[in-house]
Every structure is written in C-alpha cells, then in structure tokens.
Ligand binder design. Structure first.
Ligand code: RP5
Length: 168
C-alpha cells in the first residue's frame, strides 16, 4: 500500500486510539490507505480547521472523526469540508459514551455527520462505511465489498451449524 491516503482518521486524543484501532484494521482489510492524526476541536481548533479545509486538495475522500465526552470533533470537521464525515463516538469512563454519542449524533440541519455506534462494532463499522462510500466510485472496491458480504453469510452459517451441533 503506497498510494496517497484516501481516508483521514482523526481523534481528539491519543487516549482514544486503543479504543478505535478497529477503524484502521477494517480499512487495511480492503487495502484502503489512510492517515491517522490526533487533533482536538477544543485543544487545537486551528489545526482541525486547517486539516478539514485542506483535506480535499490533499486527496482525502472521507474523514472519520473519533472523540469522547463533549465530542465536537466530527461536527467541526464537517463544518470546514465538503467531504463526507463519519463520526465515531468514543466510550467514556463516566457516562459510558452516551455523552460522546449525543454530542456526535445531534448535529444541526445542513451539517451532516454519519454517526456510528459507541464501542462494539462502531469502530469497525466506521472503517467499513468509509469503504462503502469509496466503493460507489471504485469498481474494485465494490467487488471486494461484495465478496466480504458473501463471506459474512458463510461465516454466520458456519456458526449456526456449530451451535446446532453443540446443542444436539
Ligand atoms: C476528547 O476528550 C478526546 O477525544 C478523548 O476521548 C477525551 C479525553 O481526552 P484525554 O483527556 O484522555 O486527552 O476530546
């Protein structure tokens, strides 16, 4: 993988990274190049603005923004770019991520952010959703995603068969 990044992953703090690594893993599975940065809507607002404003000219096609607590990162990124922004609410110790979820999902009209789930499959789905967006204009990726869906069916059928064997 040596092409320019197509997806930007930004997070509010390096403390988020262990919780959202699944984003990059999903992109890697589809060989989608990404860049990973730490920047904060509150602590480094100028850097966030500059990043979002220059994202298109640098070749990015989707931005995934992860943050916890008063999670304004995805919304602020969306305010400064025409690219699709995927918000990833990061679980928090005090409120379990409900704070992150509401801060990310409750965007005002005219500034959309596609919010993923807190924890669980949220990180993986953020990566997969970015792949799906890219696949709308990329036949190779569309094929890969179709294969992925077929394998998913086989995987779950195998799990079902294993469970039936265990129960009997
Ligand atoms: C948010 O504040 C970050 O996204 C992180 O989830 C949270 C806590 O950040 P640290 O205090 O660990 O740097 O902006």
């Amino acid at each position: 993988m040596d092409s320019l990044p197509r997806v930007g992953i930004v997070m509010g703090s390096d403390s988020d990274w262990p919780k959202i690594k699944g984003v990059k893993k999903a992109l890697d599975e589809f060989e989608v190049e990404c860049e990973v940065r730490v920047m904060s809507a509150h602590r480094t607002p100028e850097i966030v603005m500059e990043y979002a404003r220059t994202a298109t000219e640098r070749g990015l096609q989707v931005i995934i923004a992860a943050a916890g607590g008063a999670a304004h990162l995805a919304g602020v990124v969306a305010a400064h770019t025409t690219l699709p922004v995927i918000g990833l609410p990061v679980p928090t110790p005090n409120l379990g991520g409900l704070d992150s979820l509401l801060s990310t999902v409750q965007m005002p009209g005219d500034v959309p952010v596609a919010s993923m789930a807190v924890g669980m499959g949220g990180s993986r789905n953020a990566g997969l959703f970015a792949v799906q967006i890219l696949a709308t204009g990329d036949n190779v990726l569309r094929e890969k995603f179709s294969d992925f869906k077929l394998k998913l069916v086989e995987k779950i059928k195998a799990k079902d068969a294993a469970l039936q064997a265990q129960i009997e």
